[in-house]
Design a protein around this ligand. Structure first.
Ligand code: MN
Length: 499
């Protein structure tokens, strides 16, 4: 293929199920709430969900507030007035034959997200809008050749649809955007963000601007429907870039005339085969006949209400990451791992507030604590070790009361006794470091007397000098039963050997 320059444009539409107790327009339980996720089919429905005649929808205020929180976190404008529209279409998973959505006056207007990239830099992704709507039910086709089954548990689930501008330029950025949005939504507590349960669905819009011989070709826009994993987002975008490029070349490359109109196609992603499949062209897209829902009053958002909701917008992961690097001298990687889960970050901050030195707390949390939490498949708070205990243990390590190794041993004991006192455990296990010069000197002399060869090598053989010192240091620690302060041991050893 000839050498052409091209720019990738990826915009994203995301549907987030909000984890309220009840549904968007009725009191029936919401399947996206942790208490109801495995409800038997068609068990969390009521006349409103079923679209019975004569029923009226009632707005779920909490869902509106959760949507506002996400909008505020994405720096969106929150207009003072927003209304509901009916989007009409026929499908067996939609009993009313219309979806309640928002058309021209969404709850959240323009905004932007600061997206952290892999190299530590950030880029701005513009948000076009975000609106509230209701989810449809589900059709199950598996297991029966002759019929499909309808499950309306999902129907009426509050759904926040977020639309970005096409500011993402690589498949990796598309994935990172999805991951960061999930992080933000989880921090705000509006969803658990469990991808396997469909809490978040991604729809990348992707096309290329190909430049050759002074002309620009805009390839047709592919809208990839309903991706439910970050891997699928990245892989499908990468596939589409290559497919669109190949298609342009096959159609004649630079010899074809650029078209003014950019057509749009809806495609599905076959995860097993790793290919996209055209579902329909937007030319034949249906007319949804949007019109204001006469059953619902518009929502007026006062400045007072908006500011009250803003108070629930906690410090976001990207802000915390930057603060940890600046205030606690954490590396980018360390801070990224710590802020991944809000619960972990809060425990970290509580340990520091309780007087724990940041470096030692970080080492404990990212070392032995994270290792254990991963093994148990839980988050750090679920290890039940209080923030104050992390602080005390970190302080003991900092002050040299216990060695870094002994601190890990104490922590291991705390895992089975989370209410335990690290100081008492260290004493009981004989792990308290002896920082008495006389006692340490005695252990040094004992080790030197027992290992004359190593001492001799240190003095006479430059090649073996470092190795001998390491060996002798180990011998002193052993003589002290691990109680000596390694720093003091090193100093005293070198003084004796060189003196
Ligand atoms: Mn939608």
């Amino acid at each position: 293929m000839s050498d052409v320059q091209y720019k990738v444009l990826i915009g994203m539409e995301i549907h987030v199920q909000l984890g309220t107790r009840s549904k968007m327009f009725t009191g029936a339980a919401n399947g996206a709430h942790p208490d109801h996720f495995n409800a038997p089919p068609n068990s969390i429905v009521d006349p409103v969900v079923l679209g019975m005649p004569g029923v009226l929808p009632v707005i779920n205020k909490r869902a509106v507030e959760m949507a506002m929180m996400v909008g505020l976190a994405l720096n969106c404008e929150i207009p003072g007035f927003t209304k509901w529209d009916r989007k009409s279409y026929y499908y067996p998973d939609l009993p009313k034959n219309y979806q309640i959505s928002q058309y021209d006056l969404p709850l959240c207007g323009e905004g932007k997200m600061e997206l952290p990239l892999a190299d530590g830099s950030t880029k701005t992704v513009r948000i076009r809008r975000a609106h509230l709507e209701e989810d449809a039910g589900k059709l199950l086709h598996e297991g029966h050749a002759e019929f499909s089954q309808v499950d309306l548990n999902r129907a009426g689930t509050p759904l926040l649809e977020i639309v970005t501008e096409p500011d993402l330029t690589t498949p990796e950025e598309a994935r990172l955007f999805g991951e960061e949005l999930r992080r933000i939504c989880r921090y705000l507590g509006v969803t658990q963000g469990i991808m396997q349960q469909g809490h978040m669905r991604f729809e990348p819009n992707i096309n290329l601007h190909i430049v050759a011989e002074g002309k620009t070709w805009k390839t047709p826009i592919s809208e990839l429907k309903n991706l439910n994993s970050f891997r699928a987002v990245e892989r499908s975008c990468a596939y589409e870039i290559q497919r669109q490029l190949a298609e342009w070349h096959a159609a004649g490359g630079a010899s074809q005339e650029p078209t003014k109109k950019v057509p749009k196609f809806t495609l599905g992603w076959d995860d097993d085969k790793g290919v996209t499949v055209v579902q329909r062209s937007k030319e034949e897209a249906e007319d949804y006949r949007y019109f204001p829902d006469p059953d619902l009053v518009p929502v007026t958002v006062s400045a007072e209400w908006r500011e009250r909701v803003r108070k629930d917008v906690v410090e976001l992961p990207i802000q915390r990451r930057a603060r940890y690097e600046k205030d606690y001298a954490l590396t980018h990687k360390e801070s990224a791992v710590l802020v991944e889960e809000r619960g972990n970050a809060e425990l970290f901050e509580a340990a520091i507030a309780a007087g724990g030195p940041a470096r030692r707390v970080t080492n404990l949390m990212l070392g032995i604590a994270s290792k254990t939490a991963n093994e148990r498949g839980v988050l750090l708070p679920e290890l039940k070790i209080p923030a104050g205990t992390y602080a005390s243990l970190a302080k003991m390590a900092e002050e040299g009361t216990v060695s870094a190794t002994a601190a890990v041993t104490v922590f291991e004991e705390l895992l089975s006794d989370p209410a335990g006192d690290p100081k008492k455990i260290a004493e009981a296990r004989g792990l308290v470091q002896v920082r008495d010069v006389g006692a340490t000197e005695a252990w040094v002399d004992q080790a030197l007397a027992a290992n004359p060869k190593a001492a001799e090598d240190y003095k006479t053989n430059p090649k073996k000098k470092q190795a001998s010192l390491g060996f002798l240091r180990g011998a002193v620690m052993k003589a002290s039963a691990g109680k000596a302060d390694p720093k003091m041991v090193g100093e005293l050893l070198e003084k004796k050997l060189n003196g």
